[in-house]
Design a protein. Structure first.
Length: 127
């Protein structure tokens, strides 16, 4: 199951941004793996209060979205999806800038984390 965690400045979340980020990130995964995969996407948005994020040793006042996607390792090496990591990073960055504006593109950090086979589960069962 693709699981996003997005750490972002609380001030960037305004009641409309949340829906846009959730839909945009879900669509980003669908654009790489296909629409059927989209129904499995989970998105957690974590708002950081002002002065609780620092960049370069100083408190940051910009949105500075930090996006983490966790997937099973094999999904990053899918034989029918060439260049999967690069495609995901581009699609995720485009989704975030599509909601927050092009001015945040240089601030968007994307991390792709892999879960080895047998190291995740759903409903109490190893998946």
């Amino acid at each position: 199951m693709p699981h996003f965690t997005v750490h972002i400045s609380e001030s960037a979340l305004d009641g409309k941004t949340e829906e846009g980020l959730i839909r945009g990130l879900t669509d980003a995964v669908g654009s790489v793996y296909g629409d059927r995969f989209s129904r499995l996407v989970v998105v957690d948005l974590v708002g950081l209060p002002a002065h609780r994020r620092g960049i370069g040793g100083r408190a940051a006042d910009q949105a500075a979205p930090d996006v983490t996607l966790r997937l099973r390792e094999a999904a990053y090496r899918h034989p029918q999806v060439p260049d999967t990591p690069a495609r995901l990073i581009a699609a995720i960055t485009d989704a975030v800038t599509g909601v927050l504006g092009e001015q945040v593109r240089e601030q968007v950090a994307v991390s792709l984390l892999s879960v080895p086979e047998g190291r995740s589960g759903v409903g109490g069962q190893v998946a």
